[in-house]
Design a protein around this ligand. Structure first.
Ligand code: SAM
Ligand code: SF4
Length: 326
């Protein structure tokens, strides 16, 4: 397993396969004026596969496909099939907004995808439309149902909590776990890209979210869920699902960070929240060997910073979340 300068084991690669999206969530992308990468700038599937093979040879065991919206890229099922066959890759997952999941869940599972994380910030149709700007709640819920039918479990539900927008629904989402195997993860809103303008006034901390849930529904008990990343996981007694808290801002988990990110345009990003990147696309297109790609991956691993400074109200301005891959 490769280790970085701070002795963290890096066994997880998140791959953004497109910066395009069929939604425009308020915390992630502006409604208009988004200029996507040109097709030539985006890594081709065979290039992504080469990077994944090099990463697996170094000891990466887990890959997550993300975006933008990964399901808007044509041929994604075949990419999943190719990645699932790479020796050493034990866990292959995807983060999606579920708009196209009804169509893709079964073929993805058949191709070797293990599980999905679905972004869902509200259970109210008008609010869903307001937050995603272009989305439809019933379509998302049906996509989640399709994920269960295809066995893409555990299904994790990612909820970004924003003051004045959906913070009055944290309890309703927690209640869902009493009756469904939903693993709801409350994510602190991170100030990334242009969408971060009024972030400071609207970020809701994990402590606040948890206090709200416990005040209404009683104490949470510690729990476990497969593939638990940076979230701290609890459950309501007797619930089918769990509740996770991803406190990127208030209690950041950099000390246990195990990941590298590959952007859609082929840059290795050692830290989501730091602008340093290492280009892989040019070497890939100029005849780099697998050993060269592995050396660049090692360089990115060694470039991982000890931590980030979001709590000091620093912001990530170089890219939007949809470009980095969330
Ligand atoms: N389109 C897919 C989706 O929404 O699930 C995958 C890409 S999206 C960028 C990945 C994750 O990043 C989503 O769960 C989303 O909620 C989260 N995200 C986006 N912007 C965020 C922000 N500013 N703070 C915290 N999480 C964010
Ligand atoms: Fe698209 Fe996902 Fe960003 Fe929403 S969070 S705009 S679905 S990339």
């Amino acid at each position: 397993m490769p280790r970085d300068t701070y002795f963290r084991s890096i066994d997880y690669l998140r791959i953004s396969i497109t910066d395009r999206c069929n939604l425009r969530c308020v915390y992630c992308m502006p409604e208009e004026g988004v200029v996507p990468c040109s097709h030539d700038d985006v890594l081709r599937y065979e290039e992504i596969e080469r990077v994944a093979r090099a990463a697996a040879a170094l000891g990466v065991r887990k890959i997550r496909l993300t975006g933008g919206e990964p399901l808007v890229r044509l041929g994604v099922v075949e990419l999943v099939r190719a990645l699932a066959r790479i020796p050493g890759i034990e866990d292959l997952a995807m983060t999606t907004n579920a708009m196209l999941l009804r169509r893709y869940a079964a073929p993805l599972a058949e191709a070797g995808l293990r599980r999905v994380n679905v972004s869902l910030d509200t259970l109210r149709p008008e609010r869903f439309r307001a937050i995603t700007r272009w989305g439809d709640l019933d379509t998302a819920l049906d996509g989640i149902a399709a994920a269960f039918e295809a066995g893409l479990e555990p299904v994790k539900i990612n909820t970004v909590v924003m003051r004045g927008q959906n913070d009055d629904e944290v309890v309703a989402l927690a209640r869902k776990t009493l009756e469904a195997r939903w693993h709801v993860r409350y994510i602190e809103w991170m100030p990334v890209g242009d969408a971060a303008r009024d972030w400071r006034a609207r970020v809701v901390t994990t402590a606040e979210i948890r206090a709200q849930i416990e005040a209404e529904l009683g104490p949470l008990v510690p729990a476990k869920v497969g593939g638990a990343g940076p979230s701290r996981t609890f459950k309501l007694p007797d619930a089918l699902g769990t509740l996770g808290f991803i406190s990127a801002v208030s209690e950041h988990f950099c000390a246990s960070c195990n990941r590298l990110r590959l952007t859609a345009d082929g840059k290795l990003r050692p830290c989501l929240l730091a602008a340093d990147e290492i280009d892989l696309r040019a070497p890939l297109r100029q005849g780099a060997s697998q050993a060269d790609i592995q050396a660049l991956l090692q360089e990115a691993i060694h470039a991982k910073p000890r931590g980030h400074h979001l709590a000091d109200c620093a912001q990530v301005r170089d890219r939007a979340m949809a470009q980095i891959g969330g």
